[in-house]
Design a binder for this molecule. Structure first.
Ligand SMILES: Cc1ncc(COP(=O)(O)O)c(C=O)c1O
Length: 424
């Protein structure tokens, strides 16, 4: 697989190099040079998740990695299912939270860890990543205990749920976590600054596990196929998939699946009040506001990192950006949506509820709605309990970590201080 840097097309790399490097020059994102449609989508949809996913990834990677190796990586990473659950209103929830850290990030995080362990060349690797909540846990658990790989995770202090924090800030070992005085965009900016510092990069073998790393996105492509595989055949071409969006990696993966020939009719980019993209799609003006804290905190992103990939793919495929559905939900609307979902006997959390609510608004009569449930409701126990008057039981992995002490460091949003920490 060849990839180019969207900001500087003369920088071309292999998949292995893109995995190792994370970001290209000028903080440019790598993107596959070609996405050749699969010829046998129906046959693929008949296969089990892991086998199908290995074939999709193998098709994307071409002859760079032997098919048997790809199968090994997928078998080690995709050890849990992604069930499609039909709700009483006829819509479908794709539950992506059955992995070890109870969020969709387990797919990408675990596949990336496998790739990096396979393609590494450096003696020392430091994974530096920013999280708005769930990436941290997925990355920490995927890399925990991997020899020679140090992981440093930045997160906005006080802006992620206590349970999210407990899940990745209590591990210790090769996982260090830093609560930053700032929002997620500030954390993301620090990661970018670190990548701009050549000396630092060399000294600590810097890599990132954010959705800027292409391996994570490729893994996420696979669960869109899983969604359609579980739909009745007659409904597949009518599927509209609503994607709770923050950094827009998830939506990018869905669009790559479509470019590969998955017959999704269209997508809806669903955001909270941090609605830079829905406003942009409506007005053509890119005007990020100050990030605001919401109930769906993992989507509190006003400068989505992956947006250039969405634009690049749409341009290449000849898809007008206006064909992308989008919309935002306030916290009040999110609370209301959670309650209405509960009345349908479906227990959801704020991110998935936003995606479901926008389906309700935008789905046409002859369409079939699928929304992505990106986290287990217990991961947002505080708000779900309060809104629904419940006491959602903690699944075992959460209960175990919730009882452990937090091991996080604290730093201001200051690159000099972060650099000193990383070198020290
Ligand atoms: C629970 C949850 N839902 C949705 C998202 C948004 O996904 P993306 O950043 O790929 O748009 C995230 C990202 O952190 C998340 O953790």
């Amino acid at each position: 697989m060849n990839l180019y840097n969207i900001k500087d097309k003369s920088e071309q790399v292999s998949f292995a190099q893109a995995v190792r490097q994370g970001l290209g020059r000028e903080q440019g994102l790598f993107f596959p040079e070609a996405i050749v449609p699969l010829t046998d989508v129906d046959a693929l949809l008949a296969l089990p998740l892991a086998e199908r996913s290995a074939r999709i990834i193998s098709h994307l990677l071409g002859d760079e990695v032997p098919a048997s190796k790809v199968s090994e990586l997928i078998d080690a990473a995709f050890t849990f299912p992604a069930p499609l659950v039909k709700l009483k209103d006829g819509t479908y929830a794709l539950e992506l939270f059955h992995g070890p850290t109870l969020a969709f990030k387990d797919f990408g995080g675990r596949f990336m860890a496998q790739c990096l362990a396979t393609f590494r060349t450096n003696d020392k690797i430091t994974i530096l990543t920013a999280t708005s909540g769930d990436t941290g846990a997925a990355v920490a658990h995927a890399f925990y205990g991997l020899e020679g790989i140090e992981v440093v995770i930045l997160y906005p202090k006080g802006k992620i749920s206590p349970l999210q924090e407990a899940l990745f800030c209590t591990l210790g070992g090769n996982i260090r976590t830093i609560a930053i005085d700032g929002d997620f965009d500030a954390c993301q900016a620090l990661v970018k600054d670190a990548f701009d510092d050549e000396a630092l990069k060399q000294a600590i073998g810097l890599n990132s596990a954010n959705s800027i790393n292409i391996s994570r996105l490729l893994a996420q492509v696979c669960y869109y196929f899983e969604a359609l595989a579980q739909l009745p055949r007659s409904e597949r071409h009518k599927a509209v998939i609503s994607v709770p969006s923050g950094n827009f990696g998830n939506l990018t993966a869905g669009l790559i699946a479509k470019a590969l020939g998955l017959p999704v009719k269209r997508f809806i980019a669903a955001t909270n009040a941090n609605d830079t993209v829905p406003r942009y799609l409506k007005t053509g003006q890119w005007e990020p506001h100050q990030t605001v804290a919401t109930l769906s905190n993992a989507m509190d992103v006003s400068r989505p990192n992956n947006w250039p990939r969405v634009e690049e793919l749409c341009r290449r495929e000849g898809w007008a950006l206006e064909t992308l559905g989008s919309g935002m939900r306030s916290d009040a609307q999110t609370r209301d949506a959670l309650k209405r979902l509960h009345q349908l006997d479906y227990l959801c959390e704020p991110h998935g509820a936003i995606a479901w609510d926008l389906l309700g608004e935008q789905l046409a009569e002859d369409e079939v709605g699928v929304f992505l449930c990106t986290a287990h409701p217990a991961k947002f126990k505080e708000s779900v309990d309060e809104i629904l008057g419940l006491d959602v039981p903690l699944p075992a992995p959460l209960a175990k970590h919730a009882a452990l002490p937090l091991l996080s460091h604290n730093l201001p949003a200051d690159f000099g201080r972060l650099k000193a920490f990383l070198l020290g």
